[in-house]
Design a binder for this molecule. Structure first.
Ligand SMILES: *[C@@H]1O[C@H](CO)[C@@H](O)[C@H](O)[C@H]1NC(C)=O
Ligand SMILES: *[C@@H]1O[C@H](CO)[C@@H](O)[C@H](O)[C@H]1NC(C)=O
Ligand SMILES: *[C@@H]1O[C@H](CO)[C@@H](O)[C@H](O)[C@H]1NC(C)=O
Length: 237
């Protein structure tokens, strides 16, 4: 209903525009519910919590087989626990790295919450099936067997690579819009850590450039060089 009302309001706005152009009359304001909402610093920083929750849960489950509710439950602010997370079959070095990432993410949740206030954890689906769907859509195919991020280190790294990258790009986009010095400093510090995680995952992927994925083929190096082509570079053997 609201959308339709806004749509009609928009049409009504269009009608007088020609006259305004000629006569220089100030255009009427749209209905209050149709006006853009200005996101203040607090909204923009809190928005990042969505991704920080996802990272924290995915890394905690992958490394430890348990989630935020076991480590720092108060940060979830009563939001529902994620579904589908489980301990990944990781080699010892990668498991340790992912565990460290998880603690960094808890630190991010805490830093944002203490600085601008938290939001309840959103409902997250980190099941193998959710990642399988993501990969199938990215590759425009249906993998058989389905991709499972929890099966081994390589699959987990591939699944993980998406996440800090989205985080760092989000912070890069947010920082110029922040007004307060403290909020800028906070977002810049989080950006630094996300970038570091991204670089570590990328390096680990390069070292595995020739390993097979899903018993099917391998990702060429360009997977990590060019995300656009990433999923087309599957080597069918
Ligand atoms: C999580 O995602 C998987 C894969 O899309 C789906 O099968 C499952 O029903 C989802 N679980 C919930 C609780 O939404
Ligand atoms: C996805 O696959 C379908 C069926 O093979 C094909 O018709 C379509 O062009 C593909 N889309 C892209 C974006 O490659
Ligand atoms: C992967 O294979 C190519 C071709 O054999 C080789 O040049 C490259 O060094 C290999 N990369 C790794 C990381 O083993």
């Amino acid at each position: 209903m609201a959308i339709r009302t806004c749509f009609f309001a928009f049409l009504l706005l269009l009608l007088p525009l020609e006259f305004i152009a000629v006569m220089g009359v100030t255009p009427p304001l749209p209905l209050p519910e149709c006006r853009p909402i200005v996101a203040v610093d607090r909204d923009q920083v809190q928005f990042a919590l969505n991704l920080e929750f996802l990272e924290a849960e995915f890394f905690l489950y992958g490394a430890l087989g348990t989630g935020l509710d076991d480590i720092a439950p108060s940060l979830a602010l009563g939001g529902p626990p994620p579904v589908g997370g489980r301990k990944a079959n990781l080699d010892p070095v990668i498991r340790t790295i992912i565990e460290e990432f998880a603690y960094q993410e808890i630190g991010h949740l805490r830093a944002i919450t203490e600085s601008v206030g938290g939001v309840p954890r959103p409902r997250l689906n980190i099941s193998a099936g959710a990642f399988a769907t993501l990969l199938d859509q990215a590759m425009n195919t249906t993998l058989s067997p389905p991709f499972n991020p929890y099966t081994n280190s390589l699959n987990y790294l591939l699944a993980s690579y998406v996440i800090p990258y989205v985080g760092l790009v989000g912070y890069v986009g947010t920082i110029p819009n922040l007004v307060g010095r403290t909020n800028r400093a906070l977002a810049a510090s989080l950006l630094g850590v996300e970038s570091g995680q991204d670089a570590v995952i990328r390096t680990l992927l390069y070292l595995r450039a020739n390993e097979t994925v899903n018993n099917r083929g391998r990702f060429y190096r360009s997977y990590i060089g060019n995300k656009e082509q990433a999923w087309q570079m599957w080597d069918e053997r």
